[in-house]
Ligand binder design. Structure first.
Ligand code: 6PG
Length: 264
């Protein structure tokens, strides 16, 4: 169960009470935010490889992380990050062909993965050309193979998440919480959002919340109302899916820009 109430530590040093233990970092804009995330991404990658010889990361879709992905493909990260020990998954995927411009896998490939020394067999993509239910089941199988013996899914070193204007995250959308969300690692979902492909596969909070570190990235004025509600509003995870993200034994940091933080 989420710990309530908890504390949000602002960059200014102010502490505010909110619905969970989390840290909030506020930046002037997407560019400075992305540089800060890249530095913290690199620190976690290095620590993970030192601690257990590999770094497992879950990427998010959407427009917000693309600047981060492009930064990670450049120096110093391109040469300094432990790409050969890095294993990449996705928090959600749109069910389109893997070379479709709206594929989360494709977008991450173009911005990042094509430019670094990651091993092809360390890229665990959702088989998005399949029907969502089959793709979800295949992805659950990939998680199990990667997980520690006896576990159904891995404890990821780092999970990147975004948030929609409606408070959704990954492909966990507002509305009644599907029972499978509380029992299965992956889920097939159909929801229309901003003209993006509606058929999707998502990891569930069971997997996200087991991670060592979770970074939420949210920018722009259109996210301001949802951000205030998610962080400071009543606990209502059906209406605000981002509130379903509560790491059980990990850290959660929100990286937001001033426009998104305007109503906090
Ligand atoms: C997706 C996502 C989704 C995304 C948010 C925010 O596949 O669409 O993973 O959850 O993170 O919709 O998207 P933006 O960064 O484009 O606002």
């Amino acid at each position: 169960m989420p710990k309530r109430p908890g504390a949000i530590k602002c960059r200014s040093g102010k502490t505010k009470v909110t619905m969970s233990d989390a840290e909030l970092q506020i930046f002037a804009d997407l560019e400075t935010l992305s540089h800060a995330v890249a530095r913290q991404f690199a620190a976690i990658a290095t620590q993970a490889v030192a601690a257990h010889r590999r770094f497992s990361v879950v990427l998010s879709g959407g427009g917000t992380p693309q600047t981060l992905y492009r930064l990670l493909a450049q120096q110093p990260y391109r040469d300094q990050l432990p790409w050969a020990q890095t294993h990449v998954f996705w928090g959600d995927e749109r069910c389109v062909a893997p070379d479709h411009a709206q594929s989360n896998y494709y977008q991450a490939r173009v911005a990042l993965l094509n430019h670094v020394a990651i091993l092809p067999n360390h890229i665990y993509r959702v088989q998005s050309e399949l029907e969502p239910a089959s793709a979800a089941s295949d992805y659950a199988g990939q998680l199990q193979i990667f997980a520690a013996r006896g576990q159904a899914w891995p404890r990821f070193d780092l999970v990147l998440l975004g948030m929609g204007n409606d408070g959704h995250t990954a492909s966990l959308f507002p509305g009644p919480i599907a029972p499978a969300e509380q029992t299965a690692p992956t889920l097939a979902v159909t929801t229309a959002y901003q003209g993006r492909p509606a058929k999707r596969v998502t990891l569930t909070p069971l997997v996200f919340n087991a991670a060592r570190h979770i970074f939420f990235l949210a920018t722009g004025a259109s996210k301001a109302a949802a951000l205030a509600a998610v962080l400071y509003g009543p606990h209502d995870p059906e209406q605000w899916p981002a509130q379903r993200i509560q790491p059980t034994q990990g850290s959660l940091i929100w990286f937001v820009d001033q426009a998104a933080a305007a109503q906090i």
